[in-house]
Design a protein around this ligand. Sequence first.
Ligand SMILES: Cc1ncc(C[n+]2csc(CCOP(=O)(O)OP(=O)(O)O)c2C)c(N)n1
Ligand SMILES: [Mg+2]
Length: 733
Amino acid sequence: MEVAVSSTRVPDSAAAADGLSPEQLIQIYRLMYLSRRVDDREILLKFQQKIFFQISGAGHEALQIGAALALRPGYDWFFPYYRDRALCLALGVTPTEMLLQAVGAATDPASGGRQMPTHWSSKPLHIVSTSSSTATQLLHAVGCAEAGRYFSHHPEAARKVDGDYRAFHDVAFHGDEVVFTSLGEGSTSQGEFWEALNTASNQRLPVIFCVEDNGYAISVPVEVNTSGGNISRLVSNFPNFHFAEVDGTDAQACLRAFQEAAAYCRAGLGPAFVHGHVVRPYSHSLSDDDKLYRSRAEREADALRDPLAKLQVRLLREGILSDEQVYALERQLDREAEEAAERALEAPMPAIDGIKTHVYSEDLDPTSPLFATEQVEAPGSAGGGKAGGEKGSAPRTMADLINACLHDEMRRDERIVVYGEDVADASRASALSEVKGKGGVFKLTSGLQMEFGSERVFNSPLAEANIVGRAVGYATRGMKPVVEIQFFDYIWPAMHQIHNELALMRWRSNGAWASPAVVRVPIGGYLTGGAVYHSQSGESIFTHIPGLRVVFPSNALDANGLLRTAIRCDDPVLFLEHKRLYRETYGRAPYPGPDFAIPFGKAKIVRPGTDITLVTYGAVVPRALQAAQKAAQQGVEVEILDLRTLSPYDWEAIARSVEKTSRVIMAHEDMISWGYGAEIAARIADELFEYLDAPVRRIGAMDTFVAYQPLLEDAILPQRETILKAIMDLKAY
Ligand SMILES: Cc1ncc(C[n+]2csc(CCOP(=O)(O)OP(=O)(O)O)c2C)c(N)n1
Ligand SMILES: [Mg+2]
């Protein structure tokens, strides 16, 4: 018999419904064996200290290959995890590509030497870049499936458009596409697992969830992670799912399970859950030794279930291959793995000067003049309102002009979807025709669902990681999710998604993938009764994240223009909206028209002055202005800079002003210690020391939480008087 070894994929997997042909069995064996040998090669390289980490897919191969062969690379979508070597091999990632990542080569196509081995990514194969974080990828898969469905219903949205982020995101979609995602059984303990299943179930999304159950999460056995020890039992009541529990070491059973799952998903019936029981013969990773926590009997029982050995026995027993043919095939694959390692070891290393490439978009710079359309449209121009055409030059609130921007941009760009908690006008269609609509707890999204429909504006579950995780999935497909976290105080469940996924997607994939979503977040205090859980600041925690843009407007016009830039640019943006400023008289402005944009990183001098520079942003801006007026009455002219965007920030403007005044105060509402001002003050001291006539002063909240009783809140947060005192003290220094 001819031993086919040249192609990586079984051409017709559909033929295998009731048993596999000899050719298919040989192909599966080939993939399984090659996967194991690439693992072994990596282990050797690790012992030789030529690579720096190793984690294997050993024991999981049959399950993964079943999935790969039932699906279509470059057509379906894949959100795998770090064990999925055999899956990726069967989808078309080559051994050389895998080993290029292991050595950290410049030519590693998954990350350019930035990620550990087996952190998969391939644009042509539709394998979306994965992190090391357990279970975050499941929500990306859900968002990806939603995006696929959205494009099928709105094919015009896929059109390429110049002038904004859409110019850099080609969209491909198919009405019957399937999204695959996988995880270990230990990772099913993460909340994001349950959040992903919940949304996929609720929306009947075509997602295959594959649990690769090797019985351990590093050293923690399954019964510790999973009540009752079997995840299938726990999820079995989710509606709309197709469920399968298989012996993940039986190649034939696995392929059949995934073929059935894929057929169910392609038919639009809902998601599928495939739970495969596999083994882990190589410990968790090379840094782990399972002899430390597993009994000998258990390890020996596992060894008997090794899928590679089982399939080899079957090939021989059924006479599909002879001993000699198995030997010949294996030697050929050994050479393939060895040659791949040789090629990888000769590959060029990444350049040091390229380290910061792809932290942000290299294509579209939100600080560029493209976004500098600051001229205000003539009074009386149309647009922007809930009803889609309100006119007039009457000053409008920040809340109004944010709402107007969302209306304008959704009209202009069909790739925008808006969701979050309570953001819809009314989820139930039966109510929608007779009610005024909710549109957010602060009414910022009011009227959007009425105008753009429930597919573009909808409520999410009450789960912040769900909101941001899905946005990552949407955005990687070229859509523009503009999502809302209801209060900054509740952003923390989404922190993992923001820090490790949203902001990292572009850098870790070396520019192949990006997730330029906008996350709008009401923030801050001065509310009189907001108390600790509705008044927090904390922006410096987010400006500390590379890859994320952080915007913090202080008035209606800036909010409108900066939100437009946030939506049109190609980077993820955290858009902080101060609740106290939403409806203030201060900072109202006429509607500036549907193309008004403000570039990031451009501070505004809101009051010119010669004696002291006061750098600030957000709700401190109006308080600083009041303090500056008082100071002027005492002969001190304060120049106030409103930074408007915190990352990037306008260093040039700060430097110009400090060179002129030689005295500087950095003021913000957030707590003073480890706050945003610490960084700015340190940089001023470092780079502008020669211009300073006095120490750099900082103003911020007391290092505590914001209290409910207004007397306490007033004392905790910086007030006009605090600022005035700092100004006069510094002038007298
Ligand atoms: C959020 C998160 N927490 C902890 C870790 C560290 N960690 C890496 S793998 C792992 C165990 C995962 O076990 P399981 O989900 O069963 O997958 P397996 O490795 O067994 O295939 C842990 C705790 C991580 N990568 N991400
Ligand atoms: Mg496990």
